[in-house]
Design a protein around this ligand. Sequence first.
Ligand SMILES: NC(=O)C1=CN([C@@H]2O[C@H](COP(=O)(O)OP(=O)(O)OC[C@H]3O[C@@H](n4cnc5c(N)ncnc54)[C@H](O)[C@@H]3O)[C@@H](O)[C@H]2O)C=CC1
Ligand SMILES: O=C(O)C(=O)Cc1ccc(O)cc1
Length: 313
Amino acid sequence: MSPTGLLYPKMTVVGAGLIGGSVILAARAHGVVGEVTIADASEAHRARALEIGLADHVTGDLAEAVKDADLVVIATPVLSIGDVAAAVAPHLKPGATLTDVGSTKATIAEAFRSPALAKVFPIPGHPIAGTEQSGPDAGFAELFEGRWTILTPLADREDEAYAAAVAKLSTFWRSFGAQVELMEEKHHDLVLAVVSHLPHLIAYTIVGSAADLENVTENEVIKYSASGFRDFTRIAASDPTMWRDIFVANKDAVLEMLGRFTEDLQAMSRAIRWGDADTLHAHFTRTRAIRRGIVAAGQESAEPNFGRDRGKH
Ligand SMILES: NC(=O)C1=CN([C@@H]2O[C@H](COP(=O)(O)OP(=O)(O)OC[C@H]3O[C@@H](n4cnc5c(N)ncnc54)[C@H](O)[C@@H]3O)[C@@H](O)[C@H]2O)C=CC1
Ligand SMILES: O=C(O)C(=O)Cc1ccc(O)cc1
């Protein structure tokens, strides 16, 4: 139980997967929500959510699910979030808060600016916490502890009531251990392209390349894979639908960052070709200092993979 107390008597989560499930488990564990309803498009996921007692009510009917809710959290893949927001809009209670957890924010902020959402408080959000697992069994209450959640409030909604809704949603995330930061949505997408989307793209690519090479080297890639490659395979096991949507939605920022990365990779390639040992050593020294700075700031354990594989899988 957190000292925060009840914030939202009725919460509806659309999408009973890793993030939606974790929000429910965390919010319930800290007593900040009352009745919980799940809406999910998948019959199998609805059945499983009921079986494990993830919510008080589980339905496939969006209108029914959101009609009395004080807080609606959309936790579906990025490209479906705008459609879900449009579908629930006419059924939301005036004064309700509508948020999401999608990994990109610009296209979602645009959808949340719809006049159909004028009577509610639409606040895009993104917890920077997750694993490569998905589905109703993947969630766990501690997922957000010590992690950042970024909210990207709509700049054109500057009234006091909207500011109060943003403050309350921030309290909600903080009640179960997240640190909250407010950010402009396009800036969010640029930052996340560097720290999350590009690393995933590199992992997806290198694991594919290595698997192609395996035909040549007859199983040696997997057999002798050192921990570096193993870490890439964990990332490359992430949900295909989720990541397809992220790259489609954040095309411009990802291509911008990919361009810069390709230039830097060319510079490394040149240093190797010319035997420029000093350049290689200086670069690796700089990146080691970056990692040590992150560990010293307490944002990551020195242990490999700490915290990523928690939960039930
Ligand atoms: N997996 C991760 O590590 C993180 C994911 N996110 C974001 O959170 C969102 C959800 O991701 P996960 O929980 O990992 O996905 P998930 O695949 O575990 O769960 C998604 C759920 O949404 C349901 N769903 C899909 N389309 C729907 C629709 N149109 N209407 C109703 N239900 C629908 C699916 O049946 C599934 O139960 C995504 O937008 C993702 O970008 C954010 C932070 C971390
Ligand atoms: O599993 C990992 O290492 C992640 O990076 C999880 C993750 C995936 C997507 C997000 O938008 C935020 C966090």
